[in-house]
Design a binder for this molecule. Structure first.
Ligand code: CA
Length: 232
């Protein structure tokens, strides 16, 4: 396993067949700084959990072409370390109990507030991965993934979700050439294909750099002309 990836990026798979709900969960969690992928039916979900590693899986139980409980079974067979949160309909008490017995970590009943889901994910990842207080330091910069907070010279720095992800990615790849397309792929996933330009990356880089320097940090982000960036 690539430990850097594991520590720096919290990757979440959202398994939900209701498109509007799936999209709103994704949008919300991405805004919180998570990397999100989605699956809209059982087959797609099973393929993704076999092919990729996730830190957390948010799974609806009633899915087209299968049952979310079988996804939990598959994860346990694979000895996956992913945290599992079940989301289910109000009247599906048995599903909930079965899910918890199979090894799901938590559950939420629909409808729920996205902020509640976020709090559950946060608590789960904190329990599973960080025991509360692991942090990553690069000179005057300290990042605490469990709380998704950044400090510069011991002063809290207020970043948007994307700026936070960007900073983590830059630090995880310090002293290496980071191409714009790698950045776009990691931080925006398939959404960046639609943009047709990398101008949006520049805007986030510019804002991150400005905030870091205003906080008294050094300017570690070097532009590599025509290609991308280098950090450190
Ligand atoms: Ca469903």
């Amino acid at each position: 396993m690539n430990n850097y990836r594991y520590i720096y990026f919290m990757k979440i798979l959202i398994i939900e067949d209701e498109i509007a709900l799936r999209n709103s969960i994704r949008e919300y969690l991405e805004g919180q700084g998570y990397i999100c992928e989605t699956a809209g039916d059982f087959q797609e979900a099973i393929h993704k959990v076999h092919d990729y590693e996730y830190d957390c899986i948010v799974a609806d139980i009633n899915l087209p072409k299968g049952n979310g409980l079988d996804i939990i079974r598959a994860l346990k067979r694979m000895q996956s370390h992913a945290g599992i949160i079940i989301i289910s309909a109000k009247d599906a008490l048995e599903d909930k109990l079965a899910g918890l017995q199979l090894g799901a970590d938590d559950y939420l009943t629909k409808p729920f507030h996205l902020s509640e889901l976020n709090a559950r994910i946060h608590a789960l990842l904190r329990r599973k991965n960080f025991n509360g207080n692991t942090s990553i330091t690069f000179n005057e910069i300290t990042i605490t993934p469990a709380s998704q907070t950044v400090e510069v010279n011991h002063q809290p720095l207020s970043l948007t979700g994307k700026e936070y992800q960007l900073l983590l990615y830059l630090i995880a790849n310090q002293h290496r050439l980071i191409t714009k397309s790698a950045l776009a792929g990691h931080l925006w996933g398939d959404a960046y294909d639609q943009a047709g330009t990398y101008d949006f990356i520049y805007t986030h880089i510019k804002n991150l750099r400005r905030k870091m320097m205003e906080a008294g940090g050094n300017d570690y982000i070097k532009t590599v002309y025509g290609t991308g960036y280098r950090f450190g």
